[in-house]
Write a protein that binds this ligand. Structure first.
Ligand SMILES: [Zn+2]
Length: 211
């Protein structure tokens, strides 16, 4: 059925890990994403989705540092989907696609806990990321890299189990990768998120923060 295709999801934790990869978030990015996931968990309507673009740079092969989130958050959160569609956010993204400061852009959004496949990217999410990679490139032949990010809310009454993960669509081989080594750069220190099995949670690993 067409609706199954439209509402389907893909377990991205089965994707291959991008080799030797790591995503490092600035403190500013971490604060924005924590805010988005809290809005998703605790705002009035638990089926609304929130998100942002992150802008960053590949600082070593397959190691991405995301420096800033979108300056804007004036979008209207929507029911079970996320679309960055305000003129300001789109203009900012265009500016960063064509500018030199950033070569990596993440489209990241929340999923509320509604059971089923809510902790995976929807197939529509993956289509959005693939379209960004294929069709939202600079006009002069340079290449920018788009990542999809997902923040998922824990089941109710389960603490410390909000998840964060990233995927990357490699158009040169028409295949997907996941990135599950994720950390935050705070006070001059890189602190990884803890993992439950192969899935990173939004909890910083306190073995690294304890003095
Ligand atoms: Zn989604």
């Amino acid at each position: 059925m067409a609706t199954d295709i439209l509402s389907g999801a893909t377990n991205h934790f089965n994707f291959k890990e991008l080799p030797n990869s790591r995503i490092i978030l600035s403190e500013e990015c971490f604060i924005r994403l924590s805010g988005d996931i809290n809005l998703c968990a605790f705002s009035g309507n638990k089926e609304l989705e929130y998100g942002t673009f992150l802008y960053g740079k590949e600082i070593e092969p397959n190691i991405i540092y995301f420096d800033i989130p979108s300056e804007f958050d004036n979008y209207t959160p929507s029911y079970r989907e996320f679309d960055v569609n305000t003129p300001e956010m789109l203009a900012e993204k265009e500016m960063n696609v064509n500018g030199n400061k950033y070569d990596c852009i993440a489209h990241i959004h929340t999923h509320p806990y509604i059971g089923g496949t809510c902790r995976f990217f929807s197939n529509q999410d993956l289509r959005t990321i693939k379209t960004l990679q294929l069709n939202h490139q600079p006009n002069d032949g340079r290449k920018k890299f788009f990542f999809g990010g997902l923040l998922t809310v824990s089941p109710e009454n389960v603490f410390d189990n909000d998840e964060i993960s990233f995927v990357f669509y490699d158009d040169s081989i028409d295949d997907w990768y996941k990135i599950t080594n994720i950390s935050v750069f705070i006070n001059g220190q890189e602190i990884p998120f803890t993992k439950m099995g192969n899935r990173p949670t939004m909890q910083l690993d306190d073995r690294h923060t304890r003095k």
